[in-house]
Each structure stands twice: as structure tokens, then as C-alpha cells.
Design a protein around this ligand. Structure first.
Ligand SMILES: [Zn+2]
Length: 403
């Protein structure tokens, strides 16, 4: 078991390295001189060096401009299940934080800083557990692929590069070892519970056109905002009906929310265009395409004005608990040894898990820290949870040899 001092000092080093994801926005200020504060390239450098210094042979998978995954494979007992451990290296931006984001402070058994909870804490746990396994005899440990991934918080560039190996996509980056996991563990703050299912999400725009006219003679035009308001009324009704649908026992039911609206150019012009952005949460058993189609069909049937649906810019399928029952009960058995309150559960936030589970690879999400502290202005993690998570991972890996 890694002592808490080792975990705290590694996590502190990770927190000190900014790895903000710009979330699709331009980097503020001068993009060249400020770029060290953005993207997870500095983290990738650190993790790569750390792995080298600990006797591993990491591989850097370039996934875009200053975006990279760091991958390492530790060979274990022949015939043991190959497990992949994934933890992302990026964080959300630090704007609005009320604590020093990159100056980790320890207080009352907590460590404060951007990413401490989501998910540098989980990453530090996976790195130290990986190193501990490397000290075991080969026969006493499973094969583990450690995947420190990029761009989880926004575009999933890291997973897009990685899944090419799961799918044997031609032209994928050549890697000096196999990416052939029989099971996967994704680090996210789960409060040491085992997450076996979560919601998916899709987001898209609907556009309504009108005809512009001077606002002194509005009847000469067609008001796109009036048209859109009728459309939104139908969406509100649909959102309410979704609330009555059969709920997934672990994740709850689907939901829909109109989150943004934009229309018109000036108060004295009848607006020619109005657009909205929709966020639809997808329950296990549903699909993103199915949910979008359902909205299109009901609007076509009920609405008397033309509208256009733009292709969704975000489609994350839900994480289903259909193939992970064994894995979940095994990791839960290890978790209960160190944290009796651990339980298996579903959540509403999304993770990398779907990339593996949708390919038939049993997957769970597990890590220290609570999602309540993720992305917050005073982000922190309980140090005791770091230590327990480390013990749980090592115990789970060790006992997978005996099963
Ligand atoms: Zn995360």
C-alpha cells in the first residue's frame, strides 16, 4: 500500500502542472506565451518522465496539436486477464476559482487544487498502484495497460486515438505493444463506489427561419422568434413526458433541456432567424440517434412551421450494465475490505467507460473523491480516499490472478 505521503506528494506535483482544457474555446490572451497553462501536454511530459524514472517504457500517442496519451504496458502472469486502467490528464478551466488552482494546499485531511478530485487524484492512485504491481513477481500480477489520456473534458481526442486499436482501424498509430484489454477500469471520482452504468448525452441545434421586415410593419415579415417559441412549447411538453418514462433502476430516466437561444439582430427588425441548443440525456437502453429522431418526428407531426435540425455535435452513448456484473462484484469485494460503505451504483455524469463497454469489454468506473467536488471553485479530495483507492486497486489486481 502506498503511504499517504507518497500519494500526496505525487498528487501535489500533478496539481502544480496546469492542464486546463480550453473546452473548444480560443486560449485567452496570447495563445503562444499562454499555451503552457492550457492543454495537458505538460502533464503528458511529467507522466512520461515519471514512468521512465520508475523503470517503465511509456509510449506517447500523439492525438493532435499538443494533445497526447501516455500508454504503458506491464506484463503479468501468462493467461491473466489483460486490464486497462484509464485516467484523463486534462481538467476544466480555472476561471472563478476561489483557491489557488495550481498551488496545492493540505488542510483538514484534504488536498485542494484544480484537478485534485477530477481526476488527478485518481490518476495518482493508478500510477502508484501500477508501480506497486511492477514490484511483484510477474506470476503474481495481471497484465495492466496504463492509459493516461487527453481531452476527456471536451472532445475525447485521446479516446478517438485509442479506440482505433480496439477496432483495428487501418492507419492507426503504431504502438510497440498490444492494446487488447479483457476488462477496463476508468478513473473518475466515484467516492470509492463502483459505477456500473451511466447516462449518455447528445446535443444539437434546431434552427427556424423567418422573413425580415421593418419592425414598424411587422406583418410584412415572418417572425422567427415567434415561430421558435411555438417549437419550444412542443419541446417543453416532450421534456415533461420524458419524465414519466420508465426509469433505469440505477441512473434514473431520460431528460431534455433547451439550454441556449439566439435570435434576431436588432430590436427594430423582425427576426429572420432563431436557433436553440438542446441537451438530451440518454438513459441506458436508449440511443442518441433514436432520441434525436424522436424529437424530429414529433415536431414534424405537431408543428405547423418549418424548422431544420443540425447534426449533433456531441453524441455520447450511455454506459450499460450488461457485461460488467462479474467485474463489478470482484472490484466491489476489494473495495469493501478497505471501505465497507462502498456500493455499486449508476450515475448521471458521463465518462470514458462507453468506449470500452460498447465494444463488449467489461468496464467499471472507480476512483477516489466525490463528483460533488469536481469542477468546483474550491476543488478538493479527501486524502484518506486516495490511500484507500490505491489499496483497493492493488488488491483487485492481485486477486484477479487467483480467480
Ligand atoms: Zn473526469
Amino acid at each position: 500500500m502506498a503511504p499517504s505521503s507518497e500519494l500526496v506528494s505525487l498528487l501535489s506535483e500533478l496539481v502544480r502542472i496546469p492542464s486546463q482544457n480550453p473546452m473548444g474555446n480560443e486560449i485567452p490572451g496570447d495563445p503562444v506565451s499562454n499555451r503552457g497553462d492550457w492543454y495537458e501536454y505538460g502533464m503528458a511530459d511529467f507522466v512520461e518522465k515519471w514512468l521512465l524514472n520508475h523503470g517503465f517504457e511509456p509510449f506517447r500517442m500523439e492525438c493532435g496539436d499538443r494533445r497526447a496519451n501516455i500508454l504503458t504496458r506491464l506484463e503479468g502472469s501468462d493467461g491473466s486477464p489483460v486490464m486497462l486502467w484509464d485516467a484523463h490528464m486534462d481538467t476544466v478551466p480555472v476561471a472563478g476559482m476561489t483557491i489557488a488552482p495550481f498551488d496545492p494546499v493540505q488542510q483538514d485531511g484534504k488536498l485542494f487544487g484544480r484537478g485534485a478530485c477530477d481526476v488527478k487524484g485518481g490518476l495518482a492512485v493508478m500510477m502508484t498502484a501500477f508501480f506497486e504491481l511492477s514490484k511483484f513477481e510477474k506470476q503474481r500480477r495481471p497484465t495492466v495497460i496504463l492509459c493516461c489520456s487527453c481531452d476527456e473534458e471536451f472532445g475525447q481526442l485521446g479516446m478517438k486515438g485509442l479506440v482505433k486499436h480496439l477496432d483495428n482501424t487501418p492507419g492507426r498509430t503504431a504502438i510497440p505493444f498490444a492494446i487488447d484489454p479483457a476488462l477496463a477500469i476508468v478513473a473518475e471520482p466515484t467516492d470509492l463506489d463502483v459505477v456500473v452504468a451511466h447516462m449518455g448525452v447528445t446535443r444539437w441545434k434546431i434552427v427556424v427561419e423567418g422573413t425580415p421586415a421593418h419592425s414598424s410593419s411587422p406583418t410584412r415579415g415572418v417572425n422567427a422568434i415567434y415561430r421558435m417559441s411555438r417549437l419550444i412549447g412542443h419541446l417543453e411538453q416532450h421534456a415533461m413526458e420524458l419524465g414519466y418514462r420508465q426509469e433505469h433502476p440505477l441512473c434514473g430516466g431520460p431528460s431534455l433541456s433547451v439550454g441556449r437561444i439566439q435570435g434576431g439582430t436588432s430590436v427594430n427588425v423582425v427576426p429572420a432567424r432563431c436557433e436553440i441548443e438542446i441537451d438530451r440525456r440518454i438513459a441506458p437502453g436508449e440511443s442518441c440517434d433514436g432520441a434525436i429522431e424522436e424529437v424530429e418526428n414529433l415536431l414534424k407531426a405537431q408543428l405547423d412551421v418549418p424548422f431544420a435540425m443540425e447534426p449533433a455535435w456531441c453524441k455520447h452513448a450511455p454506459f450499460q450494465d450488461d457485461v460488467n456484473a462479474n467485474l463489478a462484484s470482484n472490484i466491489l469485494a476489494s473495495a469493501k475490505k478497505y471501505h465497507p460503505a462502498s456500493t455499486s451504483k449508476g450515475v448521471r455524469f458521463g465518462t470514458h467507460a462507453t468506449n470500452f463497454s460498447s465494444r463488449g469489454i467489461p468496464t467499471v468506473v472507480f476512483g477516489p473523491g466525490s463528483i460533488q467536488q469536481a469542477h468546483t471553485n474550491d476543488e478538493w479530495i479527501e486524502i484518506e480516499q486516495l490511500v484507500k483507492a490505491n489499496s483497493i486497486l492493488v488488491d483487485f489486481a492481485k486477486s484477479s490472478i487467483d480467480r
